[in-house]
Design a protein around this ligand. Structure first.
Ligand code: 6LC
Length: 447
């Protein structure tokens, strides 16, 4: 959806709307001849759910809200489908529709994908990755250590405790009154055994439950959690943390992390672009250039979440796109978050894209020095690595150029753990007044 001439992205379906037949006269009962007339090859007709609001612009279209369920009557074209909702029929964009599978309540129409999500945390794989991440785990350990005196007699809630490592740090290095170790996945069974094995049953209470459904005997003084994902917010476990904050954290209670920031820098990514796109120029001396647009579509439409940015590839100093305060942030603010940026290119180089990472800070209870975990390229590498957003076409930039624009995080209105990242950018030479290249690209993470 990259438009060189302006920096607005617009979606234009393949077939234009005016070619569509007006089948409003069609009674629902005579759908059969519709299917005969417009047999859409591989779609069995059935119930669909709307994944994002659609506002009709023609009288034969149907305005629908996210979450509405409709019956597909006729897949007239691959872009526009004729559906029925509460007795009304009309066209909606096929891209807004998601099939509801036959057996009720399977995970593929659960917006939170809980079955798949909590299923991924019941084995040790992800817990091993997180525990093996020294910078991550050591930071939480240092926070507990540096605040151990202030934690004496406190009530602590460890949200999404996994194997319980943070709860163990609290019980081992401080004397809290109680630590509630909340974990919804099956790993909680092992966590309970670990607590007994390490003789902390008097302090750590493992609660196998989704934090949203938590019932505690009282509010807590400290809410600690390790909830950060790709681009900080992916998985949106943060929503659970904020819900529990609003329900169970004392006024004046401590949030760890206390603040979170998203950072970004424009960068070169020669090797990445060469191996995925330029490769098709002449593999084994053959001309495969016609495949390059497919390669761009297949390899560059989504960001690379496991990229390791070399600081030499930074084209400018990084910037902070967004700062989130965990005490004041509201859940509804997660729907759309944006940040402007202006980068001053410090050396000639190819501008292939942007790399992002996050940092979190942990306030000191006695207002001494806070502790920071920064997952960026100037700090020790963590399991989150960095996230690379590649432009379809790299841009030659020179020292003194300005790269300006904005990043917008749109939370997916249907798949609640997912988001899309819209990048708008322009490149202006030092002496020029108008930009010599302007672009816009939308990246799904991951749906
Ligand atoms: N992505 C990073 N960094 N950490 C993910 C960490 C996720 C861990 O927290 C648990 N978890 C996530 N959300 C909840 C919740 N609402 N209630 C209870 N447990 C939860 C998961 O089952 C994993 O064990």
């Amino acid at each position: 959806h990259e438009n060189q001439d302006d920096n607005q992205c617009e979606y234009s379906p393949g077939e234009s709307y005016e070619q569509l037949p007006d089948i409003a006269c069609l009674e629902i009962s005579s759908t059969m001849d519709c299917m005969a007339q417009y047999p859409y090859e591989d779609y069995t007709y059935g119930e669909f759910v709307i994944m994002s609001d659609f506002v009709a612009t023609e009288e034969t279209q149907l305005s629908l809200s996210c979450g509405d369920r409709v019956v597909l009557l006729c897949a007239v074209t691959s872009d526009w489908w004729w559906v029925e909702h509460n007795g009304n029929c009309g066209y909606v964009p096929a891209s807004h529709l998601h099939r509801v599978s036959d057996e009720e309540d399977t995970e593929d129409d659960d917006p939170w994908q809980d079955e798949e999500y909590y299923g991924s945390y019941k084995t040790l794989k992800l817990h091993l990755e997180m525990l093996s991440d020294q910078p991550r785990t050591q930071t939480y350990r240092n926070v507990i250590l540096q605040n151990s005196a202030a934690l004496k007699g406190k009530r602590i809630l460890d949200l999404g405790c996994g194997t319980g490592i943070i709860s163990f740090f609290c019980a081992q290095m401080a004397q809290p009154e109680v630590v509630y170790a909340v974990e919804a996945s099956d790993i909680a069974e092992q966590t309970s055994r670990l607590v007994k094995e390490n003789a902390f049953s008097g302090i750590i209470k493992v609660i196998r439950q989704k934090a949203e459904d938590l019932k505690l005997p009282s509010k807590v003084d400290v809410l600690v959690s390790e909830w950060m994902g790709t681009c900080l917010v992916f998985e949106f476990m943060l929503e659970s943390v904020l819900q529990v904050r609003d329900l169970w954290l004392e006024e004046g209670g401590i949030m760890w992390p206390s603040t979170a920031s998203i950072h970004m820098v424009p960068c070169s990514a020669e090797k990445e672009y060469a191996t995925k796109v330029l490769f098709w120029d002449s593999p084994y001396g053959l001309d495969f250039r016609m495949l390059k647009p497919m390669a761009v579509q297949e390899f560059l439409s989504k960001p690379s979440p496991d990229y390791v940015l070399n600081t030499d590839d930074c084209l400018s100093e990084p910037c902070v796109l967004m700062n989130l305060n965990m005490k004041t942030l509201k859940i509804e603010e997660l729907e759309k978050m944006s940040g402007p940026f202006t980068f001053h290119v410090k050396r000639d180089g190819m501008f292939h894209g942007f790399t992002t990472w996050f940092s979190v800070e942990f306030q000191n209870i006695d207002n001494k020095e806070h502790v920071e975990l920064n997952t960026g390229p100037f700090n020790p590498l963590t399991h989150w690595k960095h996230t690379l957003f590649m432009l379809d076409e790299p841009i030659q930039t020179h020292r003194g150029d300005r790269i300006e624009g904005s990043v917008i995080f749109h939370r997916n209105p249907f798949w609640r753990r997912h988001l899309s990242v819209t990048l708008n950018w322009s490149v202006t030479e030092e002496s020029a007044t108008t930009a010599h290249s302007v672009g816009c690209k939308v990246f799904p993470i991951w749906r």
